[in-house]
Design a protein around this ligand. Structure first.
Ligand code: AMP
Length: 190
C-alpha cells in the first residue's frame, strides 16, 4: 500500500494537492478537517463537539480525532492506500496511526511536507475565508492561533517521521502544477 501523510501548516495547499494526488494514484483521501466540517453540517454530536474547538483555532482532542480517523480507515475495504491530510497533528496521533496501520500489516510510506512562510499563509487563509466562507479562515486572531498551535503542537510530528527517515520537504509556493510535479517525483522515487 501507498500511505502518505500530507503535512504542512494551515493554508499550505494540502487540500488542493490531495485532490490531484488521489486522482493520479487512486488513493483514499482522509482529511480530518473535512470530516469534522461534514459532521458540523450534519449537526452530529461529534460536529457540535468539534465546532467548539475549531471556532477557537484549537485542536480537537486526540482521543476524539484518533477514534474518528480509525473508524474511517476501518470503513475501507481493500484500499490501494491513503492520503492522510491534516492528520496526524500531534505526536500522540502519529503514534496511534502507526499502531493502527501496523494492525493492518502496513505503515506510512512517507510524509510529504508543503513548506510555506507564515506571512504567505496568513494572506492565503484570508483569501480562502472570503471564497469558502469558512469561519476559521475569516478571523485574523483565529488564523494566528492556528499557526501558533501548528508551531507548538504539530511541528514535533515532523521530527517523528524524520526519525523514521520518511520526511520529505517540498516548497509549497509557486504554480499548483509545479508543486504537484515535485510531490509526484518524491512518490515515484519511493
Ligand atoms: P483543516 O481543515 O485541516 O485546516 O482543519 C480545520 C480544523 O479542524 C483545525 O483547525 C482543528 O481545529 C480541527 N482538526 C483537523 N484535523 C485535526 C487533527 N488531526 N487533530 C485535531 N484537530 C483537527
Amino acid at each position: 500500500m501507498l500511505n502518505i501523510v500530507l503535512f504542512g501548516p494551515p493554508g499550505a495547499g494540502k487540500g488542493t494537492q490531495s485532490a490531484k494526488l488521489i486522482e493520479k494514484y487512486q488513493l483514499v483521501h482522509l482529511s480530518t478537517g473535512d470530516i469534522f466540517r461534514a459532521n458540523i453540517k450534519g449537526g452530529t454530536e461529534l460536529g457540535v463537539l468539534a465546532k467548539s474547538f475549531i471556532d477557537q483555532g484549537k485542536l480537537v482532542p486526540d482521543e476524539v480525532t484518533i477514534g474518528m480517523l480509525a473508524s474511517e480507515v476501518n470503513k475501507q475495504s481493500d484500499p490501494k492506500g491513503f492520503i492522510f491530510d491534516g492528520f496526524p497533528r500531534t505526536s500522540a496521533q502519529a503514534e496511534a496511526l502507526d499502531k493502527l496501520l501496523e494492525s493492518k500489516n502496513t505503515g506510512i510510506s512517507m510524509m510529504l511536507a508543503l513548506e510555506v512562510e507564515e506571512e504567505e499563509l496568513r494572506k492565503r487563509l484570508l483569501i480562502r475565508g472570503k471564497d469558502s466562507g469558512r469561519a476559521d479562515d475569516q478571523d485574523p486572531a483565529v488564523i494566528q492561533k492556528r499557526i501558533d498551535v501548528y508551531n507548538a503542537e504539530t511541528m514535533p510530528v515532523k521530527g517523528y517521521y524524520s526519525g523514521q527517515n520518511k520526511y520529505k520537504g517540498i516548497p509549497g509556493v509557486g504554480e499548483i502544477d509545479t508543486i504537484f510535479d515535485a510531490l509526484c517525483v518524491e512518490i515515484d522515487r519511493a
